[in-house]
Design a protein around this ligand. Structure first.
Ligand SMILES: Nc1ncnc2c1ncn2[C@@H]1O[C@H](COP(=O)(O)OP(=O)(O)OP(=O)(O)O)[C@@H](O)[C@H]1O
Ligand SMILES: [Mg+2]
Length: 454
């Protein structure tokens, strides 16, 4: 068995005997003959198990144990105790020793104890590493939000992750659909099997089908070898169909059949292939409109939305913005090896009123690039948006209170109306409608402020 063992005993003969015994078992063994040296070795963090004598001059076994617990909680400490010192041995166990072996010991007994301890340590390390990887990459912990809208998302994920149902994840671009798909898979009993993702947008029918179902050699020009499709690759696991609204109509029929019969053929093949796949789909499209327009099959639509999970645009859950900023700042600081910089109050306020058309993705990149590029100790609105928040710009100029207030109101009006017009592609009637203004009033304001409908 692999694993590194540190032996600590002030009797050199004992060290050598133990080293001989355990090396034969396949461990890498180091020995030290004092507690002081043991502490230094433990600091290197390169051991899995420490076997230490309890009573040594100077730094004793208990000190070694205590140090090990503090430096590396995963490190297992095994005590070798003199005959008759059970009381102290028990105390050592209370302090976190994994076991104790009274002297004189039987070689076989020691071998067995060390093997058991080593197995546990290695397993625990592997397990922890895996968990960290999984949680780091996909965990629930990575989806941030406490708005009622996000709470509903979490609740739904909780309820349906382990049920084998198809989930349709809806939301505008950058709202976190893929993140939710990850969470659904990683919280399902299929987590140990593959999560296979496929983007259905911008692919020709032929390509989509060959991607989904695979193809046989010679199925079409360029099919020089048989290829396995995503359905097969996802067998036992989850298939995530992203941008499912963009799937060509003809392919939709084949997908429907694959879902219903749990069976399909490779392109150019006729042997049915059976798979066990859980389907997740995402779209930022108005599928109902697509159904009405005949661009999306109604039967497939109902098949996919057994459960529907809707993620609100960021502008409709602004209370999540400070949390997300904090999350992305810490995450980026860690990844880029930088210190976290706080946002100025002005920058935070600017974030709270910003449109966030690109939703969380836009927020994330704004925060990341600001953290990298901000020249000062704090992140300002200019670092985030390339310009100061309008209020700050005008409020910092000298003048009477009334003038300042007028300037702020004017700046606000200009920003607000420009954004609204942009949302409606310069359509004044529709912008006025959204703002609850009369069209004429909006036009009047635009003239006053010198805004043109772009
Ligand atoms: N609630 C959230 N908490 C933390 N990070 C989030 C959250 N929502 C989105 N993100 C991050 O924002 C980015 C965009 O998310 P994701 O790719 O899941 O969005 P999407 O809805 O699939 O977008 P698109 O429609 O463009 O494919 C990712 O970096 C993701 O990690
Ligand atoms: Mg996506």
């Amino acid at each position: 068995m692999q694993g590194r063992v540190l032996i600590v005993d002030d009797e050199r003969a004992m060290c050598l005997a133990l080293k001989g015994l355990l090396s034969k078992e396949g461990y890498q063994v180091e020995t030290v003959t004092s507690g002081e040296e043991a502490l230094k070795q433990i600091e290197t963090g390169s051991f899995h198990v420490v076997i230490t004598d309890l009573s040594m001059n100077g730094v004793g076994g208990m000190d070694v144990l205590e140090h090990a617990r503090r430096v590396d909680p995963d490190l297992a400490v095994l005590m070798i105790t003199a005959y008759g010192s059970e009381k102290i041995a028990v105390q050592a166990m209370k302090l976190g020793a994994v076991d104790y072996v009274p002297k004189p010991f039987d070689n076989d007994e020691l071998r067995i104890v060390v093997r058991r301890v080593m197995e546990t340590v290695l397993l625990r390390r592997d397990h922890r590493r895996l968990l960290e990887q999984v949680q780091g990459a996909f965990g629930f912990e990575q989806i941030v939000g406490q708005s009622p809208a996000m709470r509903r998302v979490f609740e739904t994920i909780d309820k349906v992750a382990d049920a084998d149902v198809t989930v349709l994840i809806r939301g505008a671009s950058g709202t976190g659909k893929e993140l939710v798909a990850n969470a659904l898979h990683w919280r399902s009993p299929r987590r140990a099997k593959p999560l296979v993702k496929m983007n259905c947008a911008a692919l020709s029918q032929e390509l989509v089908e060959s991607e989904l179902f695979g193809h046989e050699k010679g199925a079409f020009t360029g099919a020089i070898a048989r290829r396995e499709g995503k359905f097969e690759a996802a067998d036992g696991g989850t298939l995530f169909l992203d941008e499912v609204g963009d799937m060509p109509l003809e392919t939709q029929a084949k997908l429907l059949r694959a879902i219903q019969e749990k069976e399909f053929e490779r392109v150019g093949g006729n042997a049915p292939i059976r798979v066990d796949v859980r389907l997740l789909a995402a779209t930022n499209q108005d599928l109902e409109a697509a159904v009405k327009a005949g661009r999306f099959r109604e039967d497939l639509y109902y098949r996919l939305r057994v459960v529907e999970l809707v993620i609100a645009p960021l502008a409709e859950r602004r209370e999540d913005i400070p949390l997300l900023i904090d999350h992305f700042l810490k995450d980026a600081a860690k990844r880029f090896g930088r210190e976290v910089k706080p946002l100025t109050g002005e920058a935070l306020r600017a974030c709270l009123v910003h449109q966030w058309k690109g939703n969380v993705r836009e927020l994330r990149s704004a925060v990341e690039q600001a953290l990298l590029l901000a020249p000062g100790a704090e992140i300002t609105a200019a670092d985030l948006f390339g310009r100061p928040a309008p209020e700050t710009q005008v409020a910092s100029e000298p003048g009477t209170f009334r003038e300042a207030k007028e300037r702020i109101v004017e700046a606000f009006e200009r920003d607000f109306l420009t954004q609204a017009l942009r949302r409606h592609n310069g359509n004044i009637t529709r912008a006025a409608e959204e703002l609850g203004m009369h069209r004429q009033n909006l036009q009047q304001k635009m003239r006053e402020l010198g805004i043109t409908a772009e």
